[in-house]
Design a protein around this ligand. Structure first.
Ligand SMILES: Cc1cc2nc3c(=O)[nH]c(=O)nc-3n(C[C@H](O)[C@H](O)[C@H](O)COP(=O)(O)OP(=O)(O)OC[C@H]3O[C@@H](n4cnc5c(N)ncnc54)[C@H](O)[C@@H]3O)c2cc1C
Length: 358
């Protein structure tokens, strides 16, 4: 009898596991979204109409043997998975790949693709009419969004506010200085070590001019704002024995072979893991390779592989031709190389190939 594997979540890690196990196990991929969303390109998809449709890839084209179930796990315990539809799955292996939420536009919280595209287009129209844009949060998302807005509309004033005293802590000074230099060149205003005294009066992404006081003194006026902080892992469904692996911040403890402690048949990967490393699609993909190898080893016999968290890495475009990249092996890479690695194509070809839509 063929081994059954339920992959919970069809993001970057989940699709890799499902695709690679498809040939020799019975895969069931559980995912509430209509289409895979290529969130790595979400900010380009906001400013550039040509990219909006390219964020979405049909799950129907992913697997040859396995099934994609458009549903959501509401509880997962040591014995199986209960779906929102009421269906109960009791596979041989469960792979938890439910990723994390992040405020729009970095992540798109619509399960229906037509509604998601309509939201992106409506927000782009609001943004197009705004002269002054305020971004709350100077992390990778806030900085990348500033670069995208400036590349699409150089005349717009973009201000980033963050209570931290510097951008991108944890990355080398040379990388941070290069990003700051390019932001200065683009005319992006960075207000660090301060925050809004009160939340903005408008909804994020909604054009409505407001002036807000800053805790560090002074004020900021904007026609539209976005929240660029506040990611949170999707793990509230963990139940029974599995709930003990869930930390207070929602992330999940895993062993070196990426199983939940004491759970020989339950794996977890990607953004939900409590491993000390960047939460990246690249890392979710690395985890997926280990999970695939280990499920194979458990079925066919053989040694289990382990995952060792890597050092900091980031490829941060500031528009299609700007930005910088850092990884320990290569050091700091310039704007032209960052454009080649990511900014000019947003890594879409990988997903066009995977979903057979090239
Ligand atoms: C703007 C932006 C740019 C980025 N750029 C890069 C980059 O250049 N390079 C890089 O490596 N990383 C990048 N990242 C990070 C990357 O997107 C995440 O690290 C990656 O998505 C994590 O993959 P994952 O498989 O863990 O989860 P996700 O990709 O978040 O997928 C999780 C999936 O699980 C589904 N799900 C959630 N709950 C349930 C449930 N209860 N039942 C069933 N399904 C569920 C969700 O609908 C989702 O489809 C970027 C992120 C953002 C927001």
């Amino acid at each position: 009898m063929t081994t059954t594997v339920a992959v919970i979540g069809g993001g970057y890690g989940g699709i890799t596991v499902a695709k690679e196990l498809d040939a020799f196990t019975d895969v069931l991929l559980v995912e509430p979204r209509e289409d895979f969303v290529h969130h790595v390109a979400a900010l380009r998809g906001l400013v550039d109409p040509e990219w909006t449709d390219r964020l979405f890839y049909p799950y129907a084209r992913l697997l040859e043997r396995g099934r994609v179930l458009r549903d959501r796990a509401v509880t997962v315990d040591q014995n199986g998975v209960t779906l929102a539809s009421g269906e109960r799955l009791t596979p041989d292996y469960v792979v938890l790949a439910t990723g994390s939420a992040y405020p729009f536009p970095a992540k798109i919280d619509f399960r229906d693709s037509a509604a998601a595209k309509a939201k992106i287009r409506a927000t782009r129209e609001e943004l197009a009419g705004a002269e002054k844009v305020l971004l709350l949060g100077a992390g990778p998302v806030g900085l990348e969004l500033a670069g995208e807005i400036k590349a699409a509309w150089p005349e717009k004033a973009v201000t980033i506010v963050d209570p931290a005293s510097g951008i991108l802590p944890g990355f080398p000074d040379e990388f941070r200085a290069e990003i700051r230099r390019q932001l200065d060149e683009l005319g992006v205003e960075l207000l660090l070590g301060t925050s809004l005294a009160e939340p903005p009066v408008s909804e994020p992404g909604q054009a409505k001019t407001f002036t807000a006081a800053l805790t560090g003194g002074g004020e900021v006026t904007a026609d539209l704002w976005f929240q660029c902080y506040g990611g949170a892992p999707h793990t509230a469904y963990l139940d029974g024995e599995l709930a003990t692996a869930r930390q207070a911040n929602g992330r999940v403890d895993v062993t070196a072979d990426l199983r939940l402690p004491g759970q020989p048949r339950v794996f977890a990967l990607g953004d939900i893991t409590a491993l000390p490393e960047g939460k990246l699609a690249k890392v979710a993909g690395d985890h997926a390779e280990v999970v695939v190898a280990n499920i194979r080893a458990l079925i066919e016999g053989g040694e289990l592989r382990t995952h060792t968290p890597g050092g900091p890495m980031i490829s941060l475009p500031l528009g299609p031709s700007g930005g910088a990249t850092y990884a320990e092996e290569v050091g700091v890479l310039d704007a032209a190389t960052t454009s080649e690695i990511k900014g000019s194509h947003m890594m879409a070809s990988r997903y066009e190939e995977l979903f057979n839509v090239a």
